[in-house]
Design a protein around this ligand. Structure first.
Ligand code: ADP
Ligand code: MG
Length: 463
């Protein structure tokens, strides 16, 4: 029927616009490399902030003692306590508590957000066994993982540049995030000192390095996306501070804000961006990360409903609700292996209130999931390739024993298998057979929290 003809035409056009052939990905990777250079050359030299992290040494394995971490990412936040055993001792104990951030606090005031966090921290500490108590006169030390752009001024201070991922707290912008947390802890009676402020990518890099010495890059694919890597200080013209002994500095790329004319943007992406809390910003993030994939899918489905009427004569009202279709649900539909696509049917019914869908309709939905996820995963792979190029690790070395481990984390990477496989396979395809085996992805589970605790330890005031 013409209804299906129209639906197929929309799908094919979308597919065409989302195409990420290898040649395009190489252009994206090259553009990423170019922007990395520009961001390192001067402050504000690129959309890529390439932030100095003040982390010039990654964990050695000698860290010892009880340390805390607070991980504020986007959707949830976690409080951790980690007991480190020192040389060859590893992690003796770890315990965490998790809470979700009430949506109202994402767009409220700084005090409200940090009071809430400090109160959760107070609860965690209050419930703790005596054996973890610090000796008299010694303060607990905390690594604070804060996954938003921060212009750091030292290892434990830095000003919030802007919000992303659905947060918008105006009065916090420009404030020292450690200062805000420290004031809130005081208000809530928590006696703790923030000894390291780290981005989640930096935490993941540190956490990954603790167990795998060849870790050189960390990538987060969760609510948002970002990456960090180890750069030579000599290759950072904008750094005018002292050259650290290691000669190295971890760079927080803030790659979510990457954009390039080579990115395959569609009308759906433009509309999503225009209607977002941060129009014009985080374009790469809006094409690749968990907060947005389901929303892109919803927008295409809405179009299919409006113009081809595949969900009946009336457009299902739920389909008009922004962000109603979440990426975990998209992922569940994409992974549906039942012959009648039962999961897809259920999701369409439960979330969008569209019942009695035909197998043909369900297949269309799965195909759209695949297009959206494939584009996102392949762009993320191109981003990683850009980093490897910058590091000179994209071509085989003489002798050929160099290994590059990429520490990965985030709910999207962890749970969306199709996405993860596509990302990993695409990078290997782009690099070619010879290099494919020397590039290794590891899931650094909760690496960002443990990494922050490790960095708190290596920057302890009691050392
Ligand atoms: P954050 O990025 O907020 O620190 P996480 O790393 O836990 O938090 O990532 C959470 C995000 O991961 C969710 O917002 C969601 O987009 C994505 N996600 C979680 N579970 C799944 C899933 N089963 N399939 C696909 N994406 C998922
Ligand atoms: Mg996180």
């Amino acid at each position: 029927s013409s209804k299906w003809g129209r639906a197929m035409a929309i799908l094919r056009e979308f597919e065409e616009k989302c195409k990420t052939q290898d040649a395009k990905l190489k252009q994206v990777a090259d553009a990423m490399t170019v922007e990395m250079h520009a961001g390192l050359a001067s402050e504000g030299g690129s959309k890529l902030k390439m932030l100095i992290t003040y982390v010039d040494n990654l964990p050695t394995g000698d860290e010892a003692g009880v340390f805390y971490a607070l991980d504020l990412g986007g959707t949830n936040f976690r409080v951790l306590r980690v007991q480190l055993g020192g040389k060859d001792g590893g992690i003796i104990h770890q315990e965490f508590a998790e809470a979700s951030i009430p949506p109202s606090l994402m767009v409220g005031t700084s005090d409200e957000l940090f009071d809430y966090i400090a109160a959760e921290l107070a609860k965690f500490v209050a419930a703790e066994e005596e054996k973890f108590h610090q000796p008299p006169g010694k303060q607990r030390e905390l690594g604070f993982t804060f996954s938003f752009p921060v212009m750091q001024t030292s290892i434990n201070s830095g000003n919030i540049m802007r919000w992303t991922k659905g947060f918008s707290i105006d009065d916090a912008v420009g404030q020292d995030v450690v200062g805000e947390l420290t004031k809130a802890m005081k208000r809530k009676g928590v006696d703790m000192r923030v000894s390291a402020l780290v981005n989640d990518t930096v935490g993941t890099l540190a956490g990954g390095k603790y167990t795998q010495k060849d870790v050189a890059v960390a990538v987060i694919l969760g609510t948002g996306t970002n990456a960090a890597y180890v750069e030579r200080v000599q290759a950072i013209p904008k750094w005018h501070g002292p050259v650290p002994k290691s000669g190295e500095m971890v760079i927080n790329m803030e790659w979510g804000n990457f954009r390039s004319s080579h990115l395959p943007l569609t009308e759906y992406d433009h509309a999503l961006d225009n209607e977002s809390l941060n129009p014009g910003e985080q374009i790469f993030e809006k094409m690749t990360s968990g907060m947005y994939l389901g929303e892109i899918l919803r927008r295409v489905l809405l179009r299919v409903a409006e113009e081809a009427g595949v969900f009946g004569d009336e457009v299902p009202p739920k389909l008009k609700e922004p962000f109603v279709l979440r990426t975990p649900d998209m992922s569940a539909m994409h992974h549906d292996t039942s012959s009648d696509l039962k999961v897809v049917g259920e999701k369409l019914k439960d979330i969008l209130e569209i019942s009695n869908t035909s197998l043909k309709t369900r297949k269309l939905v799965v195909e759209l999931c695949n297009i959206v996820a494939t584009r996102g995963a392949r762009l993320a792979a191109a981003g990683v390739l850009g980093i490897l190029k910058k590091m000179g690790r994209d071509t085989p070395k003489q002798g050929g024993s160099e290994r590059t481990v990429i520490a990965m984390d985030g709910g999207l990477y962890e749970h969306y298998t199709e996405y993860r496989m596509c990302l990993e396979n695409s990078l290997k395809d782009l690099l070619g057979e010879e290099l494919a085996t020397s590039i290794v992805f590891v899931h650094s589970n909760d690496g960002s929290g443990i990494g922050a605790a490790l960095l708190a330890a290596s920057h302890s005031m009691y050392l």
